[in-house]
Design a binder for this molecule. Structure first.
Ligand code: F6R
Length: 243
């Protein structure tokens, strides 16, 4: 695993945008696998800046997102579809028809998961999959458990994730307790993986990831099976790694 330790969140965001830009330059109609949450926000801002400056062209790019709350309407300001529109898609020259996020309003979640897997397969391989990491080591919403799912599935969110994500919800807003998420196999099929982690709250998960071992107690540790993973993090996230 390539590990890039940055001084600041801003530096992390620029380095992450460099990785995406390199893929877009090598293959203009690339497939980007995208994540939500607070970690990639600076990277999206930097990609928007580069698009405004004429350095990046999103018009031929296709995207697939990792996950979506369930149930939730795509118009709900808490949905990951809304997050992607406001943080990236509405700010660059991408064709929204080329962007995929699991449909949190689907009546039949199992059918939606199957259709989502088929959609990803039809796009061919994801060129680069961006990931954040949960405090509990989740990637996408593959939560620590005794067994992990290979494919896109409906999952219950753990107490740890509900607590961590409660910060995005204001009083009175109902937080969904389940989600549709790509599975471990879906994620690991990407050509390249870019995982971002900042802050001391991610230190335990990053230490387990970098131990090189695999454990379902830290789904991110399965990234050790992939031969092209880049971790971009800050010093606080690295603070529990034994060197
Ligand atoms: C988001 C996702 C999650 C987040 C993780 C970290 O699409 O799949 O795995 O990446 O929960 O979230 P933040 O960045 O908010 O700490």
């Amino acid at each position: 695993m390539r590990v890039i330790v940055c001084e600041t969140y801003e530096e992390m965001s620029v380095r992450a945008a460099d990785e995406i830009a390199a893929v877009m330059q090598a293959r203009p109609d690339c497939v980007l696998g995208l994540a939500t949450g607070s970690t990639p926000v600076g990277m999206y801002d930097e990609l928007v800046r580069r698009c405004d400056a004429g350095e990046l062209d999103f018009s031929p790019v296709r995207t697939v997102n990792l996950d979506e709350y369930y149930p939730i309407s795509p118009d709900n300001a808490q949905s990951y579809r809304y997050f992607m529109n406001t943080n990236l898609f509405d700010r660059v020259n991408i064709d929204k028809k080329n962007t995929a996020v699991p449909d949190g309003s689907a009546e039949d979640p199992e059918a939606e998961c199957l259709a989502y897997e088929q959609k990803i397969a039809a796009l061919g391989q994801v060129d680069i999959q961006v990931l954040g990491i949960g405090q509990n080591g989740h990637i996408g919403f593959n939560e620590p458990d005794s067994a992990l799912h290979p494919l896109t599935h409906l999952t219950a969110l753990t107490e740890s994730t509900l607590r961590a994500n409660a910060r995005f919800f204001s009083q009175g807003e109902v937080m969904p307790t389940a989600a549709l998420t790509m599975g471990m196999g879906t994620i690991l099929r990407a050509k390249k993986i870019l995982i971002l982690a900042n802050g001391a709250s991610k230190a335990d998960a990053v230490a387990t990831l970098l131990s090189g071992m695999l454990t379902t107690a830290c789904p991110a540790s399965f990234l050790n099976l992939h031969d092209d993973v880049t971790l971009i993090c800050d010093g606080a996230a690295m603070s529990k790694v034994n060197v």
